[in-house]
Design a protein around this ligand. Structure first.
Ligand code: SIN
Length: 497
């Protein structure tokens, strides 16, 4: 039995048997590596039970993957853009056919409620659909020389082999947001998923291969020594591009490694999103928007509302409304019916969030949400809303990455804007107001790459996702996203007569 068949069989049987009740959960759903020292064990964050094993590869494995993906490059880039597009369209079909199993895999390794995982599958697949369409858009143009005498023809060439480093919080969407534009542009890739959530990526790539992507065009590597792996790959002249989503600290290291070789880089790094609610906001819209901006993905998103700044006149009603929504959340295993909030990713996250809350309370914040019992096992954090948070508290300058909201009040709109911009980060921001002029003015003055106006969810395949300041370089999604994997070349043709 080949490795792929074995995998599909395991996937098709073991996972499919898993019921939605907790005691029906399988012990191992994806067994891609034998038990032992050469394996990474993947745990369900809601139970700490093992849900899979993947290879813990070392230098030899990294080099083999890199050599294979590099060798696959010329043939893939030589395919017509229509062929690449057709294959990506077929990936959309195959992935959607496996939507439920993909969603359950996301939930089992990452923890989010399965309805959110299904939404992630749709979102992830949308990137593939988008880039299947983008693949056949004109890759170049013709320009007249203003002085006459020559023609200027621009072309787009694939940048070459790409190293794609994806995070754990959206294990499918962040992988496809990188893989799809790379393939559409004619690049091949080595993908390194997060060690905590690699199962989804292995599965996605397997299904994409089933849909027609050449076996070596996308290689997945997993390792418990990601720093050594990226250092080794970044030094390899065959790697021409790195796309990373993760912390600003790791992004800075990768940029340092990219510099000597002048590599192309896309960095989607940390955020500290302000969400500003002005007195003239529509209350219901503001509460709904803040709830979504804070609680999507259990608060574990780079664009999560990290600092909620509310003007005095609306603050009491807003805090009451938001606290009610938090209190209504149902904590539990993501596969259990009715669960609206799963665990956070690991024990370290529980500790880190707890420390931020303690510090905020010590500095005068008020806990508004009801106390509640947590499940006996797993890494759970109660949804909690802190009001009157001191903007000097650590929670205001640190990415919370969990289901805790920090509300600070303000009186003067200029003060809110100053607080909002008082951060080295600049990924996303949100503004709630019924005044078009105020919305536009505030959005223009916010130092972020993305601004939601009266909306809490800004992620969209058609939008250029990315940040300014220490939140990153480059954009993902949209037509800008494919340009990250293309070199612009220009030909100058003599037209003198
Ligand atoms: C994130 O990077 O955490 C957010 C991704 C998204 O919303 O697309």
């Amino acid at each position: 039995m080949t490795r792929i068949m074995e995998y599909v069989l395991l996937f098709g049987t073991t996972l499919m048997q898993a019921g939605s009740a907790m005691n029906d959960l399988p012990t191992i759903i994806h067994d891609l590596s034998p038990d032992g020292p050469g394996s990474i064990v993947i745990e369900d964050p809601a139970t700490s039970r093992t849900v899979g094993r993947v290879p813990d590869s070392s230098l030899e494995g990294w080099n083999e993957a890199l050599a294979a993906a590099s060798a696959a490059g010329p043939a893939w880039s030589a395919r017509s853009s229509r062929e690449r597009s057709d294959i990506l369209h077929e990936c959309v079909r195959v992935l959607l056919e496996n939507r439920d199993d993909l969603a359950r895999t996301i939930t089992l390794e990452m923890g989010k409620p399965v309805a959110e995982s299904q939404a992630e599958v749709d979102y992830a697949v949308d990137y593939i659909r988008w880039y299947a369409e983008e693949a056949v858009r004109p890759a170049g143009d013709y320009r007249a020389d203003p002085k006459g005498g020559s023609a200027i023809i621009t072309t787009r060439a694939p940048v070459g082999l790409a190293l794609l480093i994806a995070p754990w919080n959206f294990p499918m969407a962040m992988a496809t947001r990188k893989i799809a534009p790379a393939l559409a542009a004619g690049c091949t890739a080595v993908v390194k998923p997060a060690e905590l959530t690699p199962l989804t990526t292995y599965l996605v790539v397997r299904l994409m291969i089933r849909a027609g992507v050449p076996e070596d065009a996308v290689r997945v590597v997993t390792t418990t020594d990601p720093a050594a792996m990226s250092a080794s790959m970044m030094a390899d002249p065959r790697v021409r591009k790195v796309s990373f989503t993760g912390s600003t600290g790791v992004g800075a290291v990768l940029l340092g490694q990219a510099a000597p070789r002048i590599m192309r880089t896309s960095m989607e790094l940390g955020g500290n999103a302000p969400l500003i609610v002005f007195d003239d906001a529509d209350l219901e819209r503001a509460v709904d928007g803040a709830f979504a901006a804070k609680m999507r993905n259990g608060g574990q998103s780079c664009v999560a509302a990290n600092r909620i700044l509310v003007q005095d006149g609306i603050a009491d009603a807003f805090v009451d409304g938001l606290a009610e929504r938090f209190d209504g959340m149902v904590l539990g295993h993501g596969l259990e019916e009715g669960t609206t909030l799963g665990p956070v990713i690991d024990a370290r996250a529980v500790r880190r969030i707890g420390e931020l809350v303690e510090d905020a309370l010590d500095r005068g914040a008020v806990e508004v949400t009801a106390e509640r019992d947590l499940p006996d096992e797993g890494h759970f954090v109660a949804p909690s809303l802190l009001d009157r948070v001191d903007t000097d508290a650590r929670i205001s300058s640190t990415e919370i990455f969990g289901p805790v909201a920090a509300v600070s009040r303000f009186s003067d709109p200029e003060q809110a804007l100053a607080i909002a911009n008082d951060t080295p980060h600049g990924l996303a921001a949100y503004v709630f107001t019924e005044s078009l002029e105020r919305a536009f003015d505030t959005a223009e003055r916010l130092e972020t790459g993305m601004v939601g106006i009266n909306r809490g969810v800004i992620s969209n395949v058609a939008a250029p996702f990315g940040g300014v300041k220490t939140s990153g370089i480059g954009r993902e999604g949209s037509s800008e996203g494919i340009e990250e994997y293309q070199e612009i070349r220009y030909l100058n043709l003599d037209r003198r007569r």
